[in-house]
Design a protein around this ligand. Structure first.
Ligand code: IMP
Ligand code: MG
Length: 183
């Protein structure tokens, strides 16, 4: 595979995550928050973001996997993914969300399918508020009308890895966000 190219450096990520943390701290002043990270891609973003929020907060994780239609990473790289396939829950939250301020934390907002399903699912828990934090956003790929409330960076339609994001489970622990070239 060709070499990865840095799209967003670790310094730029740290600066933006601290801005998002400050914004959340301001928006929820005097209240408490539960961050709900979407496994596994959001784990690193969540751990950095939660520490930049100066409020009473805790976190939980939810797991999802896309059924059937999502192609292999190689296919996804070459031709993108144009399905509105189904999303299956593989791990539910461990604590009650009722009357709580919930912020779903996701690595990347792509077609919008995952977060549309998760939003519906979490709303059934009757939270007081439900917001979406996504480190990355590929608006040109959206299939369902959904916007993040706290978005780190809008990026072009490239396949990216690092800072939690993977390509076939590889590269999650890279400190920078890098583009995987479509050879
Ligand atoms: P959506 O349901 O299409 O919005 O997909 C969101 C999920 O697709 C993310 O949580 C990622 O797991 C995956 N994904 C989308 N784009 C990328 C990418 O560029 N790199 C790695 N994973 C991606
Ligand atoms: Mg993901």
């Amino acid at each position: 595979m060709a070499e990865l190219k840095v799209l967003i450096s670790r310094q730029e990520i740290a600066k933006r995550v601290s801005e998002l943390g400050a914004q959340i701290t301001k928006d929820f002043a005097g209240q408490s928050i539960i961050f709900v990270g979407v496994l596994k891609g959001a784990a690193i973003f969540l751990s950095d973001l939660a520490r930049q929020v100066d409020l009473d907060s805790t976190f939980d994780f939810i797991g999802v996997s896309s059924y059937g239609n999502r192609p292999s990473p190689t296919q996804e790289l070459q031709s993108g993914w144009d399905s509105t396939g189904e999303v299956r829950l593989t791990k539910d939250v461990d604590q009650s969300m009722k009357d709580r301020n919930v912020i779903v934390v996701e690595d990347i907002l792509d077609t919008g399918l995952t977060l549309t399903v998760l939003k519906k699912l979490l709303l059934a828990h009757q939270p007081r508020t439900l917001k979406i934090a996504a480190l990355l956003d590929k608006p040109s790929r959206r299939k369902l009308p959904l916007e993040g409330d706290y978005v780190g960076f809008k990026i072009p339609d490239e396949f990216v890895v690092g800072y939690g994001l993977d390509y076939a489970e590889k590269y999650r622990s890279l400190a920078d966000i890098c583009i995987v070239p479509r050879e």
